[in-house]
Design a protein around this ligand. Structure first.
Ligand SMILES: *Cc1c(COP(=O)(O)O)cnc(C)c1O
Length: 416
């Protein structure tokens, strides 16, 4: 418990925030985002990234140009290739993956379904009938894999993470066997923000001949990744979180080149066929990553993420990651100084290398506090049972926003 008067603690934190913002090499990029007066602190960029100013023009130009002027000719002038062209861009900027292995399509949920089915069906011939998953994964991941287990008669091996939210390498080693078809995990945990040991867990899966599928929804654009180097087999992720693709923007899927042609996905559609416009009698899959496409690509939804990917590439993932660790570190510093006196608990790792770009704080009153914060223009999100999740998108968030936002959290808590 701090003995200094609260006013001077807050003054010190505000001064520290100002100094950190002044020294931030990425600070200039904040001006690239749409800002409105009503928002005091946006602490939910991990759930829905802010739009970029450039996106306004891009959307207007699209209506007058590629769509309004070029009309259906645009399918031949770039739209048909957009899923793989944009996939390659995400791969280069965020995933540490060579071209030809990433596609943009569908939603994360649907791509996850397609990839899990592809993986387990591809391994079924070897008599592999188990999937390793964890009980704390994001609901959609658990629901999708439960559905597929029922559909295909698979057994799920559930790992229960420790109290800190980690799925450890040892837990995975204990859960896998020669019966395992697939290990499905999130890289950055959506609640605790804890980063799983992707290289070691992928190796453990491979040691028993299983495949590893990583959900990168909270990693893409916030944490550096090297999917090729670490021999990841499959991956999916969102583009509306740290890639600022806008609400409902399509997802991305990665399938390592060594698996192309060997793991057929289940939603066979004309756009993933070898020659969509032959309109022939039977399905012949396209070669390479295009086979993951099912129907007509969501071109409109792919527009905004291009602006963020360009900005992320300009800033560079290493610099972005440094700022992310500084922001989450500062959030924990503010929580220790202002919120610990109210018995708020930091539920994310204190080691910056072990966490993604959000910090989970816990307190029994946080459901009501979050609702009150939103009315004041301070926007984190609430995750049951009593977590206040502070998401800090590195290119659009200032240290001052963190101090101001968490200051209002303290205002709304009553001493216990
Ligand atoms: C946000 C998130 C999703 C979202 O899936 P949608 O199909 O886009 O709704 C999936 N998995 C994880 C781990 C997430 O954090």
């Amino acid at each position: 418990m701090s003995t200094a008067p609260l006013g001077s603690v807050r003054g010190d934190l505000a001064a520290r925030a100002a100094a950190l913002d002044a020294a931030d090499p990425l600070a200039e990029h904040r001006a690239a985002f749409v800002r409105t007066d009503g928002v005091v602190a946006y602490l939910d960029g991990n759930s829905l990234g802010r739009p970029l100013l450039a996106t306004r023009d891009r959307l207007a130009d699209f209506v007058g140009g590629a769509w309004g002027d070029r009309l259906i000719r645009s399918w031949d002038e770039g739209w048909m290739d957009a899923p793989t062209e944009l996939g390659d861009l995400i791969a280069r900027v965020c995933l540490g993956a060579a071209p030809g292995q990433t596609v943009v399509a569908d939603s994360t949920t649907v791509l996850l379904y397609k990839l899990v089915r592809a993986a387990v069906d591809g391994r079924a011939a070897d008599g592999r009938c188990e999937v390793v998953v964890d009980t704390d994964n994001f609901p959609t991941d658990r629901y999708v894999v439960e559905g597929i287990a029922a559909e295909r008669g698979l057994t799920l091996r559930w790992i229960t993470p420790d109290a800190g939210g980690a799925v450890t390498v040892d837990q995975v080693r204990d859960a896998v066997s020669e019966r395992t078809a697939l290990v499905l995990l999130s890289h950055v945990d959506y609640r605790s923000g804890r980063i799983a040991d992707l290289p070691a867990i992928t190796r453990v899966a491979h040691d028993v001949g299983a495949l590893a599928l990583w959900d990168l929804s909270h990693s893409a654009g916030s944490v550096e990744l090297s999917l090729d180097e670490h021999q990841v087999d499959l991956a999916v992720g969102c583009t509306y979180k740290y890639l600022n693709g806008g609400p409902g923007a399509p997802a991305f899927a990665y399938l390592a080149a060594r698996h192309h042609g060997r793991l057929p996905q289940p939603v066979q559609g004309w756009m993933g066929a070898a020659d969509p416009f032959a309109m022939g009698p039977g399905y012949q899959p396209a070669a390479g990553i295009r086979q993951l496409i099912s129907g007509t690509p969501p071109i409109v939804g792919m527009l905004p993420m291009r602006d963020m990917l360009a900005l992320v590439e300009r800033a560079g993932m290493p610099a972005l990651r440094r700022k992310s660790m500084a922001l989450t570190g500062f959030a924990i510093e503010v929580a220790d100084a202002l919120l610990a006196p109210y018995d708020v608990r930091v539920a994310s790792p204190r080691d910056p290398a072990a966490r993604g770009s959000h910090v989970m704080l816990e307190h029994p009153d946080f459901r009501a506090v979050t609702a009150a914060l939103w009315e004041r223009g301070v926007i984190p999100d609430f995750r049951p049972p009593h977590g206040l999740r502070v998401g800090l998108s590195p290119l659009s968030t200032s240290f001052a926003e963190v101090a101001a936002g968490l200051g209002q959290v303290a205002d709304l808590l009553t001493p216990r």
